[in-house]
Write a protein that binds this ligand. Structure first.
Ligand code: NAP
Length: 283
């Protein structure tokens, strides 16, 4: 495994396991299999409603806590954020059965962002979140948050895949010391990613699958990635990307696939903002 060093000195595996859209009843088994396959970074969220199952898998694995890197996320909460953020964090921590998380992310750039961030800063200072960061922040919001607060987010977890590559965003984040992390690295298979001829052709040259080419491309760009799969054979495939290297030509060929647009949802769309705001957790 390779690691990246976050802006507060914490080491984070560059490749981990995401559990979005794994039903709670299947999550314990999936995480148990992922840990057996060698994953040590686990990415969940209050909004995924499977933190308890992730916690059970961690506990039953017997893997020392210091070998794991556990991320969870704060959902858009009601004001006053100072109270609700701590309550939401404690709920997540209890569900996970942990004393601390390695990374706590603000899941969406909405609601009382500043109140939430100040509460997250306090959790970090108390050692309850070894690192704090954000998700789905476009550059304007990210820079504003950085300029007007004490702690710079360690990570920004954003949609990043071959059809939405985020190279300029990555550069901007690097300039501020913010580590880029990809969500939806396979674009959840959209745009026929797994049969894309450019990616398949490169895979053939290395004897690797399209999934492995995509993950290798992210790793080579220094992007932390968290592929999701419920199938053990794919979990093994997705972590097996550290024994080959894409050439400059192959990286350039993948660069041509960028559309510069989201394949999921537009965070600037008022309907989207409204839809997300209506989701209430821990009510
Ligand atoms: P993803 O990793 O891009 O794609 C997952 C899909 O790819 C699943 O349908 C999976 O099917 C399939 N797959 C996995 N490995 C494969 C392989 N080797 N060959 C063929 N198909 C394969 O999608 P994602 O789950 O949306 O994103 C990854 C993680 O990012 C999430 O789990 C979550 O932790 C995080 N995330 C964060 C946000 C955010 O707002 N911060 C949003 C979305 C996701 P099977 O399961 O059937 O194998």
């Amino acid at each position: 495994m390779q690691y990246v060093t976050l802006n507060n000195g914490i080491e984070m595996p560059i490749l981990g396991f995401g559990v979005f859209q794994i039903p709670a009843e299947d999550t314990e088994q999936a995480v148990t299999q992922a840990l057996a396959a060698g994953y040590r970074l686990l990415d969940t969220a209050a909004a995924y409603e499977n933190e308890e199952a992730v916690g059970r898998a961690i506990k039953n694995s017997g893997i020392p806590r210091e070998e794991l890197f556990v991320t969870t996320k704060l959902w858009v909460q009601d004001a006053p954020a100072e109270i609700n953020t701590r309550r939401a964090f404690e709920t997540s921590l209890n569900k996970l059965g942990l004393d601390f998380v390695d990374l706590y992310l603000m899941h969406q750039p909405y609601g009382d962002v500043y109140g939430q961030w100040r509460a997250m800063e306090a959790l970090h200072r108390e050692g309850l979140a070894k690192a704090i960061g954000v998700a789905n922040f476009y550059p304007d919001r990210l820079v504003d948050l950085i300029l007007n607060n004490e702690i710079t987010p360690a990570v920004n977890q954003i949609e990043t895949h071959p059809f939405f590559q985020r190279t300029a965003d990555q550069e901007l984040m690097a300039g501020h010391g913010v580590q880029i992390q990809s969500w939806g690295g396979f674009a959840e298979g959209k745009n026929d990613l797994f049969t894309n001829p450019v990616l398949a052709g490169i895979g053939q040259e290395h004897g690797k699958s399209v999934a492995q080419v995509v993950l290798r491309w992210l790793v080579q760009r220094g992007v932390v990635t968290i592929p999701k799969s419920i199938r053990p054979e794919r979990m093994a495939e997705n972590i097996d990307v550290f024994d080959f290297e894409l050439t400059g030509e192959q990286m350039a060929a993948i660069a041509t696939l960028d559309t510069g647009h989201t394949l999921f949802f537009d965070h600037h769309d008022p309907e989207m903002v409204t839809w997300l705001a209506q989701r209430r957790l821990n009510a």
